[in-house]
Design a protein around this ligand. Structure first.
Ligand SMILES: [Zn+2]
Ligand SMILES: [Zn+2]
Length: 306
């Protein structure tokens, strides 16, 4: 199936629509305990127009349990996000919310040499793009972080590296599938000076006409929209003309100049932290180290919201 026709694009030229396309909620066990509404409150404080909640999807056999909800929690997740979405539409009518999932399966890298690792990783990403299941490929070169964490301390993924060719093959698959790539700003908190993916990969994506979206990969509300101005300037330096976002599987574009102007006037990290701090009693689950469902029940009772 031709994804380009399955995921149509509408060009918005009247208003800058800057979305954070990748955030998490308390259902992801390594995220702070806060309700989805806190993500939307943060997006509102920041000045964004939309936010996607992309929780790590449950996996059978409690695979990688510490990063995700269990299969048993799935019905509660669906129920909570539906109710939170309704609530947020009333509390923050200017913010569009979308609920999504971040599925992942890690290529088995440890047994392979460096080129084998890079090939396995990017061929799996390319297969995922071609599957027709996804709108956005997240943190495309996350293997940089993974390789360092499995002991390849000097690992690089630059156009000078022979294994960079696997990135380009993957980008060709992404282009053919009509899928977007995100610029993920969480890389900075992980000790990288650039984004996921790095500038040479963004440039190669722009050359291919692959749509690009902005993501914080926030695991705390105050991280929503972080580093977006730098990310947009990077997109500009890489030759991009637009930034995209998705609503209901449909892609929308905002001209880069409009997005830059909007984000330039967004609230600072400090101002957002302050707004979130003041709203903490209403927005936070506030149960440190507790069970997710207990936390949901506690904050729902406190806020008088069903
Ligand atoms: Zn996570
Ligand atoms: Zn994530």
């Amino acid at each position: 199936m031709n994804q380009s026709t399955r995921i149509p694009c509408v060009v918005l030229s009247t208003k800058a629509m800057v979305f954070d396309t990748h955030t998490h909620t308390l259902f992801c066990r390594h995220a702070a305990l806060y309700m989805p509404r806190a993500v939307v409150a943060a997006a509102n404080a920041r000045g964004l127009k939309g936010v996607a909640m992309c929780c790590h999807c449950p996996m059978p056999e409690q695979y990688d349990y510490k990063h995700r909800m269990t299969m048993e929690e799935w019905p509660s997740f669906v129920d909570v996000v539906a109710r939170e979405r309704e609530l947020c539409a009333q509390m923050y009518p200017d913010i569009t919310t979308t609920f999504n999932l971040e599925p992942e399966e890690q290529a088995r890298l440890r047994a392979l040499d460096v080129d084998g690792c890079v090939e396995a990783y990017f061929s799996q990403v390319g297969e995922a793009a071609s599957s027709g299941l996804f709108n956005v490929m997240a943190h495309l070169d996350f293997i940089r972080f993974r390789m360092i964490s499995i002991g390849h301390r000097d690992f690089t993924l630059t156009p000078e590296d022979a294994h960079f060719r696997h990135v380009l093959t993957c980008l060709d698959a992404i282009k053919a599938a009509g899928v977007a790539v995100e610029i993920n700003t969480s890389s900075v908190a992980k000790g990288f000076k650039d984004h996921f993916p790095s500038e040479p990969i963004i440039r190669a994506a722009v050359e291919r006409g692959i749509p690009l979206v902005l993501s914080s990969d926030a695991h705390r509300p105050e991280h929503v929209g972080r580093g977006f101005l730098t990310a947009l300037k990077t997109l500009e330096a890489c030759g991009a003309s637009h930034v995209s976002h998705f609503i209901g599987g449909q892609r929308y574009e905002t001209p880069l100049g409009d997005a830059l102007a909007a984000v330039s006037s967004h609230a600072s990290d400090r101002a957002v932290e302050q707004v979130i701090e003041e709203a903490r009693p209403m927005l936070w689950a506030g149960v440190e180290g507790g069970d997710v469902l207990d936390a949901v029940a506690a904050v729902s009772a406190r806020a008088g919201q069903r």
